[in-house]
Design a binder for this molecule. Sequence first.
Ligand code: ATP
Ligand code: MG
Length: 276
Amino acid sequence: EVDRLADLEKLQVIGHGNGGTVYKVRHKRTLATYALKVVHGDSDTTVRRQIFREMEILSRTDSPFVVRCHGIFEKPAGDIAILMEYMDSGTLETLRKSNGTFNEASLANIARQILNGLNYLHAHKIVHRDIKPSNLLVNKKMEVKIADFGVSKIMCRTLDPCNSYVGTCAYMSPERFDPDTYGANYNGYAGDIWSLGLTLLELYLGHFPFLPPGQRPDWATLMCAICFGEPPSSPEGASEKFRSFIECCLQKESSKRWTVSQLLSHPFVSMDRRSD
Ligand code: ATP
Ligand code: MG
């Protein structure tokens, strides 16, 4: 439907990532709005590798729970632009900052949508590897979609553990730091479940679970807490179903963690069945 970048008009910047800028744009003729992620040709190789990874994955995914790609543009100068559906409520991170904490009913709805997205990705042998509130987009209909595939991995043969230091360290699972201790039958998919558990708990608590409210993350302390500490658990006030769901996600040993399909029938999410 959109065949030329020149048909788009930039309205505003909606996000800055490492290396790229995301704009809200409007198609001049149809007036439809989109998000456009632009990476410049002179960016360093890591940034370029990430945008190519993202192009590859977005061009082969087709799910209501994964952000839709409407086109990929490459300019002679080497600039790359990915045209995506525009998610008009921002991310789960911006929602948490503006609305505070989430109640369990909305978390069940959010959890079910992210699980549906992960179910689609894992079935297509894609490990996201950077699930966190700022990579989960939301619209006014409270639809939640997985975005930002810059560090994702398409699994082919066995996992290459040397290549696993990617993503946002804070949400990385214990076996990503220490596969010998926590990674029996390490397959990569379970790492997304850990990050999902941390994300949901963060939305419940209103702050990153491994740190007290307001404290800035310090990489070494955080890594020690993830590898040597107890996994964070939900506070007393939470329901039994929610506490159990979080516990199933935040097992330190990756083989004990529940899979996407097991979690989809967990009572916490299966009681929420509105849109599928
Ligand atoms: P980061 O390094 O911060 O993860 P990134 O370069 O990987 O960023 P994205 O996470 O894809 O880029 O996008 C950066 C931000 O732009 C998002 O956190 C979000 O606020 C906004 N954004 C991205 N895509 C969309 C979209 N389709 N609709 C609305 N906002 C979007
Ligand atoms: Mg991001």
